[in-house]
Design a protein around this ligand. Structure first.
Ligand SMILES: NC(=O)C1=CN([C@@H]2O[C@H](COP(=O)(O)OP(=O)(O)OC[C@H]3O[C@@H](n4cnc5c(N)ncnc54)[C@H](OP(=O)(O)O)[C@@H]3O)[C@@H](O)[C@H]2O)[C@@H](O)CC1
Ligand SMILES: [K+]
Length: 466
């Protein structure tokens, strides 16, 4: 293992932390920044970030809470013009950096840490927590006593479970990950998250020799007489997600709608509930708006009898919840339930799933032997023996009808282009969440807008650069 010079990781952490603070302040020069500094390296991160802000002209004061203080960090802050102050400075700060404790903490915050956390919460300045909000247990999200309530948490190297699970998640605010270049050396964490660069690396690109077949053909078995729109949205997501070609197979009403909206799609009108004569595809999306009648059940059985990966969503999930035997197949399966659909599949209680999403998504992957993308306020992807991938993009505006159908199309297109279920699900969720943010831009969105914004999301991750 290559060794990094001592302190390199902390310097990278501090640089990322200072950049987020500067963004939040807008103008750094002349602003008042107070550092809450505990006795460990979490305090060291805060001191070095304070040094950087002081060099840019901020007034920076450190409130030291422990019996010891990170010596080199304190020296750097003082040399840059910062100072040690008493706790009365907290109330006047424009920005408070919480470097009391990070992953080295154990149990409820002791004094004077707990009191400092309460004073920071009561102050007018925005709080940026270093690594985790002090008072939150990094490995579980448990809060045993006082805890800092952060506007933003800047976390180092990897997402900590405690930032993703309530009550920790509720006080973490927006979570920003700083890549400190540790990835390869960290022990396999049990949760992980893709960055824009990761998605850029994973996304398939058409090469010179690509034709529409080689780029990947996606079959879509969706839509019924009642929900024709679901088929239109899933096909739209698939076309924007980069499928070389989309074959739609279904009944008259949705087939007419798909044809009208997407002349690019190849539409097969099904007389029988079978996809045997639809032509070759590299993957299927099964279920959005399909219905749950006998015909839909037979069509599901026909799709699942194929030897290519299948993404199952919506009514498709109701069908397999009633007949789990359908999931017994050789080729991979990706399911994309929300909590209610997962509750039916696991014969569990919906509220229990909402309260412990990580546990349930892991359980579903292990018990059903499939890859699981659990939709919700935080979308998570699980596959047996892999870390759960937590999606960091997205917006609450995405809680709108039809957005799930678009996600099915996008993730299905990635499956058809050769990504594994695990990568297709997590890249699909990332792009869909980003497309949602771009489409919403602070206002309500319609599902079709999300599909339309997928290419912009792909351009955004491609141009993010290393
Ligand atoms: N790992 C890495 O690669 C990198 C890590 N980095 C950073 O280092 C952080 C981890 O630093 P760490 O290990 O020094 O522990 P940390 O969280 O500062 O706290 C430990 C101190 O807190 C105290 N304390 C404990 N419990 C307490 C309580 N309930 N109430 C009050 N006090 C309590 C305890 O003090 P003691 O009891 O010994 O007096 C102990 O000394 C990490 O979160 C990240 O920010 C980055 O620089 C990048 C690279
Ligand atoms: K902290």
């Amino acid at each position: 293992m290559a060794r990094l010079p001592e302190g390199t990781l902390m310097q990278r952490a501090a640089t990322g932390l200072a950049a987020v603070c500067a963004d939040l302040l807008g103008r750094v020069y002349g602003r008042r920044v107070v550092l809450l500094v505990g006795s460990g390296d979490n305090g060291g991160d805060a001191l070095y970030a304070g040094e950087r802000l002081a060099r840019r002209g901020a007034w920076v004061g450190a409130v030291t809470a422990g019996a010891r203080t990170h010596e080199a960090g304190l020296r750097a802050l003082l040399e840059a013009g910062g100072r040690v102050v008493d706790r009365s400075a907290i109330a006047e700060a424009d920005l408070i950096i919480d470097g009391l404790v990070g992953i080295g903490a154990s149990g409820a915050l002791r004094e004077p840490y707990a009191g400092l956390a309460e004073e920071a919460n009561a102050a007018r300045g925005a709080i940026v927590a270093v690594d985790v909000p002090s008072g939150v247990d990094a490995s579980s999200g448990r809060v045993a006593g006082a805890a800092v309530r952060a506007r933003v948490t800047v976390t180092m190297g990897a997402y900590k479970t405690g930032l993703l699970v309530d009550p920790g998640a509720a006080v973490a605010g927006e979570v920003e990950l700083v890549d400190i270049g540790l990835g390869a050396y960290l022990p396999d964490p049990d949760v992980a998250a893709l960055t824009a660069n990761d998605v850029d690396d994973l996304l398939p690109r058409p090469g010179k020799e690509s034709d529409k077949y080689r780029r990947g053909v996606l079959g879509v078995a969706a839509g019924g007489d009642v929900f024709t729109g679901a088929a239109v949205l899933a096909v739209g997501g698939a076309l924007r997600g980069g499928a070389g070609m989309v074959r739609y197979a279904g009944r008259r009403a949705p087939a007419d709608q798909v044809r009208a909206h997407w002349p690019e799609a190849v539409v097969t009108l099904l007389d029988e509930p079978s996809v045997e004569h639809v032509g070759r595809v590299q993957a299927w999306v099964l279920g959005p708006g399909l219905g749950v009648d006998r015909w839909a059940h037979e069509l599901a059985a026909s799709v699942l009898a194929s030897n290519v990966p299948v993404l199952i969503d919506a009514d498709g999930l109701t069908l397999v919840a009633e007949d789990r035997g359908l999931l017994r197949r050789e080729a991979p399966v990706l399911i994309t339930p929300h909590a209610g659909e997962l509750a039916r599949l696991l014969r569990a209680d919906r509220d229990d799933i909402e309260a412990a999403r990580l546990d349930h998504v892991r359980r579903a992957a292990a018990e059903l032997g499939v890859t699981v993308l659990l939709k919700g306020s935080t979308t998570v992807v699980a596959e047996d023996a892999r870390p759960v991938r937590v999606n960091t993009t997205g917006t609450s505006w995405l809680a709108a009808g039809g957005t799930g159908d678009v996600l099915s199309g996008v993730a299905g297109a990635l499956l058809a282009q050769g990504l594994s279920c695990y990568d297709a699900a997590s890249c699909g969720a990332f792009l869909h969440g980003l497309a949602g943010r771009l489409a919403a831009d602070g206002a309500p969105l319609a599902a079709a807008d999300v599909a339309a914004a997928v290419p912009a999301a792909i351009r955004a991750v491609t141009s993010a650069g290393p």
